[in-house]
Ligand binder design. Sequence first.
Ligand code: MN
Length: 203
Amino acid sequence: MKYQLPTLSYNYDALEPYIDKKTMEIHYTKHHQTYVNNTNLALKNNKFINYTIEELLKNLNDIPHDKRNFLRNNAGGHFNHSIFWKILKKNTILNGNLKKAIEKNFKNFSLFKENFETAALTHFGSGWTWLVKKNNKLNIVCTNNQDNPLMGDNICGVNGFPIFGIDLWEHAYYLKYQNQRFEYIKAFWNVINWDEAELRFKL
Ligand code: MN
């Protein structure tokens, strides 16, 4: 099988109390694993199995119509979660180039935070809110379901390179926060891995 669940570089309880152990375990071993399994299943004996996950998402229109939507959801889910685990870590500090760029694009960090929170809170249903980079400008965008900004305007209505994103599916927070999406969004600021975000900003 080609696509694989990436190794988690921390324990399930590493993000407590902001993201609880049980949620992490189910999210990673069940939800993400299912996206991986489904992607492999759909691409069995298909030349697209040789694409990297990014190539697959950037070229969804090349995929046969009968598999396109299934892969949009499942390969998208695999990619989104692979980013998500990497951009989570406690006790890192926003610094360097990304800090400067956020202040340049959003005036200051508080305004950026406010805009990001509003976008995430008001996004209807399942999806993601992202900080993306495009032509060295930063934007906050939302995608539905497991869409990713790399899929581009024609497919998901937005575009850009994702620096980090918050998973807004209830499976990401319901065990701990129930319907309190805003509490989860506020807690998210404590677990953003700013070191990884800086690395992605430089890509
Ligand atoms: Mn998820």
